[in-house]
Ligand binder design. Structure first.
Ligand SMILES: [Zn+2]
Length: 357
């Protein structure tokens, strides 16, 4: 994939942008008049399980960011935990207090750990299915706008950051799709794409990843076909650790699957990045956004960590990445035509997650 300038970006404005942003996108991205409002559909708040005051502190930090950066709503959720952890217990109270500006998904701290455990075998017992379904029903009853973050394939990026992989059409994922259809809610899915079996690249070998990564796109397509009523929001388009999450792959899957949506996390140093550190926006990605304007939302993957959080250090280590992604999102919105910026910026998210209801 070749990197080109978008037609909206003249050489002069590029020079000005590079001067303004340096190479780390730490400055303020330029904004066209009337553009820039957006919904961040993928945010994580970190505090210890049951520590409501700490979750509240993280939520207040989230609101400060929202006020400063024209973010209308944040959709918060537990990351996809390998072992059971905080999920919607405190977030349900947070969303009651700060809704509709903060909305939540559920399952990353409960359903996902059940899935990872069950994923070790192809068979699932009736009692595990029942426990999973009951937990999913409780999540929806507590006010979640959908399920997430659920992982079918999650690469480890650092020691202590877990590797998670299950068959993308595992029986519990198919069950979750059916439960989501019943409630007319979406699923936020983390699936680092692997088009065909590959040896784990050197830059990922030091973390907790296995030596070989198994192909997972065909399984993902079977999951999408399993129940067309459920929208699956495939997280992190525009930045993946392998460089396989390309506009070409996304275009092919969108064309085949009417229930596939994606959330954009736009900046990465690898192939497949939507917004480069120079401010360049990849033209092939923009073409996919233009051709499928109803399929994309924005999800910075910002991690907001309470001061009193005592869990693994990864969220603090990754905490500064969110700001860079949010700058990339503002940059992306600034080069899109206003109608497309509005749809991807907030209208699609309002529709998928039924925000404001
Ligand atoms: Zn994720």
């Amino acid at each position: 994939m070749r990197l080109r300038r978008t037609t909206q970006l003249t050489l002069g404005s590029l020079t000005a942008l590079v001067a303004a942003l340096g190479c780390t996108l730490t400055g303020s991205a330029p904004r066209a008049q009337g553009q820039g409002d957006w919904i961040d559909a993928h945010v994580h708040l970190f505090a210890d399980k049951g520590a409501l005051a700490d979750f509240d502190e993280a939520a207040r930090k989230a609101l400060e960011i929202m006020d400063a950066e024209r973010i209308r709503t944040m959709v918060v959720m537990s990351p996809p935990r390998a072992r059971a952890g905080p999920d919607t217990e405190s977030l349900a109270k947070i969303t009651k207090k700060y809704g509709p500006r903060i909305a939540m998904l559920g399952g990353g701290g409960t359903l996902n750990s059940m899935l990872q455990e069950a994923g070790k075998s192809a068979e699932v017992s009736e009692s595990v299915r029942r426990q999973f379904e009951e937990a999913a029903e409780r999540i929806i009853a507590s006010g979640a706008k959908g399920f997430g973050e659920i992982a079918a394939h999650h690469l480890s990026l650092a020691p202590g950051h877990s590797y998670e992989a299950v068959s993308p059409d595992h029986p519990l994922l198919r069950l979750l799709v059916d439960i989501a259809a019943r409630h007319d809610v979406p699923i936020d899915l983390h699936l680092d794409p692997v088009p065909s079996d590959i040896t784990t690249p050197a830059h990922l070998a030091a973390a907790q990843n296995p030596p070989v990564l198994k192909a997972n796109i065909e399984g993902f397509e079977r999951l999408l076909a399993h129940n067309r009523k459920t929208t699956i929001v495939w997280a992190h388009a525009g930045s993946d650790p392998l460089g396989s999450f390309t506009p070409k792959l996304v275009r092919e899957l969108i064309e085949r699957h009417p229930n596939l949506a994606l959330s954009i996390r736009p900046t990465s140093p690898r192939i497949g990045s939507m917004v480069l550190s120079t401010g360049d926006v990849d033209e092939d990605w923009v073409a996919v956004l233009r051709d499928f304007p109803d399929r994309f939302v924005l999800g910075s993957d910002t991690m907001i960590v309470a001061a009193g959080y005592t869990g693994p250090n990864t969220p603090r280590a990754f905490a500064n990445r969110g700001e860079n992604q949010r700058r990339g999102i503002q940059r992306l919105l600034s080069v899109l035509p206003p109608d497309l910026a509005r749809r991807i910026g907030y209208e699609n998210a309002e529709r998928f997650y039924k925000l404001g209801n």
